[in-house]
Design a protein around this ligand. Structure first.
Ligand SMILES: *Cc1c(COP(=O)(O)O)cnc(C)c1O
Length: 394
């Protein structure tokens, strides 16, 4: 069984039933709501420690009704790694990386797509489609194969090499589109009626957030039911940031947190594509499409996010900020930080480090603050950004 009571439109609170296929309301995302009183009666916080270390340990806070519909690749809890050397380089005494690169398909997209594909299976959907700036396509393809569902993946022609090939490896039908992720989404919208595709785009169905929210649940559990002072999150569509904020709300409502003070949330983007930062600085609740979006951090190349107001609401409520990294500093920081800690950092995470370096230098982040940076993907997925071949041994 699940504890889901209903879905709720994020834009105006309209209640929608959860027992049938739902997408958006007024073109905007839906929240999944649970009977948290019943969850509190069914499970105690300390029961979790005895469960397997996968995201399914938070079963009562997840939307799948029948265990038979769980589609899994063993998506394990990601480690929370103290990073003293990288911290010292940034001027921080208590820096942690939550290393999501160890999830199936090498990125945290596995969390969202694991949940969305499981729910699609539960709702009887057979054919999935996704527009992707990179890692989401591979993750959807892998979980779709695992579930025995058909998968169609649309990616920009200049997406990193591994992303262009992995979906096909996992048995999906993949297509290159001349344009950005928004053009890929338009291609799916045009073909949807004819092809009977169900669109698993970021926030265009309600369940990817529920998968990504497990980052926040895990983080709280790993920090003994407290939360850090600041979270740095590389923000494209924003699902993870929105999901974590929701996780903190649910944990607080359950009474599971030892202290209810929330982290300041920092949404990090690149100067090459910073729609959320532009809206944050202009005090707007909705973001304008970012013109000529271009960044090496492909997961951040999202010129228009349907959940823009949800990201901005959470960032503002937390006392954090949306900040842009100078594009030219991203790859140097990716190499430097990976070498300092032995963690294969993706360029999206390097953008967070660029922002963090500035905020620490400006005194906006305290040197003793407990800071968590999410490493959302593995460096190996960006072969073109790795250092060049070493010289021959003579
Ligand atoms: C998709 C992606 C992001 C952005 O995630 P959102 O939750 O959509 O903001 C960041 N980093 C990597 C590696 C990604 O694949």
């Amino acid at each position: 069984m699940s504890y889901v009571t209903h879905l709720e439109a994020a834009i105006d609170g309209t209640v929608l039933p959860a027992d049938r296929i739902q997408t958006t309301h007024e073109g905007r995302p839906l929240w999944v709501r649970y009977d948290l009183d019943a969850v509190r009666d069914a499970v105690a916080r300390d029961d979790l420690a005895r469960r397997a270390p996968t995201l399914w340990r938070y079963r009562e806070l997840l939307p799948v009704a029948d265990d038979a519909n769980i589609v899994t690749l063993g998506e394990g809890m990601s480690p929370l790694l103290p990073c003293p050397r990288l911290g010292a380089a940034l001027g921080l005494n208590r820096l942690f990386i939550k290393d999501e690169s160890q999830l199936p398909t090498g990125s945290f997209k596995a969390r969202g797509l694991c949940m969305a594909v499981s729910k699609a299976k539960e709702l009887g959907i057979r054919r999935l489609a996704i527009p992707t700036a990179g890692n989401a396509g591979g993750a959807m393809a892998a979980y779709a194969s695992r579930a025995g569902l058909e998968a169609y993946v649309f990616l920009p022609a200049d997406t990193p090499l591994v992303n262009r090939r992995e979906a096909t490896l996992y048995g999906a039908k993949a297509f290159l589109v001349d344009g950005l992720i928004t053009d890929c989404a338009a291609a799916i919208a045009r073909g949807a009626a004819k092809m009977d595709w169900f669109d698993l785009s970021t926030l265009k169905e309600p369940y990817r957030i529920e998968g990504k929210k497990t980052m926040g649940l895990e983080l709280a559990e790993q920090m003994d039911w407290t939360l850090p002072d600041a979270i740095f999150y590389p923000t494209g569509g924003g699902t993870g940031l929105i999901g974590m904020w929701k996780a903190f709300d649910e944990l607080e409502a359950l009474g599971w947190l030892e202290r209810t003070d929330r982290p300041r949330m920092f949404a990090c983007q690149s100067s090459g594509c910073a729609p959320i930062v532009t809206a944050f600085e202009a005090n707007e609740r909705f973001a304008e499409p970012f013109e000529n979006a271009a960044t090496i951090a492909s997961g951040l190349r999202v010129p228009k996010a349907v959940g823009d107001f949800m990201i901005l609401d959470a960032v503002r409520a937390s006392g954090g900020a949306a900040c842009a990294a100078n594009e030219a500093e991203i790859v140097p920081w990716m190499h430097r930080a990976s070498a300092l800690e032995g963690i294969a950092l993706c360029p999206e995470t390097a953008a967070c480090l660029v922002v963090l370096e500035t905020l620490v230098a400006e005194g906006r982040i305290d040197r003793d603050a407990r800071v968590v940076v999410f490493n959302t993907g593995a460096a190996q997925k960006y072969v073109e950004l790795l250092p060049p071949d070493p010289p021959p041994y003579a």
